[in-house]
Design a binder for this molecule. Structure first.
Ligand SMILES: N[C@@H](CCC(=O)N[C@@H](CS)C(=O)NCC(=O)O)C(=O)O
Length: 227
């Protein structure tokens, strides 16, 4: 199978974390990105979004698009390390938290915080940290504070297992951290501990290290922001 999409996309990262947690091999094409699409990518995903997955690399018309669809597909490929709870309530909670993180929250993180810094720098403009700070304040007030409460008294978001919900939240927190906005443990202790727990997992740590190596190589400066 072949997975498409730039590594810094949180949705691509979600799919890559699931593949890594499940010990699945895949070919990887990192080229498609909101900053540039390879010719013909619409044949794979008419919505022109990443990630996209071809179970059969030679058949672009049978793609599975959207990270949620891709992750559920990958989970079913092997019974090893299931990432979706079995019990109805825990499954429902996992899918809700995944949707919460992937939907409006991802928009607020991506457009409000990540883009004013990273897209500006990647296109030769100065980072707009004023806009990003405003964006971050909204993300914390509306989304992170809700997630903090959801973790009260529990290690993981859904039931007692690491699941797709934990991955979906982690990739969003990572994109905040990537552009300098590390969540404050004093205000969000449960979420900060959860993030540390998730990013210590080898499947996740390896991918994040690869991103940091890319940034170091590019010479881009992404200073930590006081929040
Ligand atoms: N719900 C989709 C969202 C995918 C998405 O929006 N990806 C972004 C990159 S992070 C994208 O492809 N954006 C296209 C654009 O901005 O033109 C998923 O979970 O895969």
């Amino acid at each position: 199978m072949k997975l498409f999409g730039a590594p810094l996309s949180p949705f691509v990262k979600k799919a890559r974390i699931v593949a890594a947690e499940k010990n699945l091999d895949y070919d990887y094409d990192p080229r498609p990105s909101p900053l540039g699409w390879p010719e013909g990518f619409e044949q794979i995903n008419p919505l022109r979004r990443i990630p996209a997955l071809l179970p059969d690399a030679d058949n672009p018309h049978m793609a599975i698009n959207d990270s949620s669809a891709i992750c559920a597909y990958l989970d079913r490929l092997t019974p090893e390390n299931p990432l979706y709870p079995q019990a109805a309530e825990a499954l429902g909670r996992a899918l809700w938290i995944e949707e919460f993180a992937d939907g409006e929250m991802a928009g607020a993180v991506g457009i409000g915080v990540f883009r004013p810094v990273f897209f500006n720098l990647a296109t030769g403009k100065p980072a707009d940290y004023d806009a990003a700070k405003k964006g971050y304040d909204k993300v914390e007030a509306v989304y992170l504070s809700y997630l903090e409460k959801q973790l009260a008294g529990q290690q993981w978001f859904a039931g007692d297992m690491f699941s797709i919900a934990d991955i979906a939240v982690t990739v969003q927190l990572y994109n905040l951290s990537f552009v300098g906005f590390d969540i404050a443990p004093a205000r969000l202790p449960n979420l900060a501990a959860h993030y540390a727990r998730c990013t210590a997992r080898p499947a996740i740590a390896t991918l994040l290290e690869a991103d940091q190596a890319l940034v170091a190589k590019s010479g881009m400066s992404l200073p930590k922001q006081p929040i």
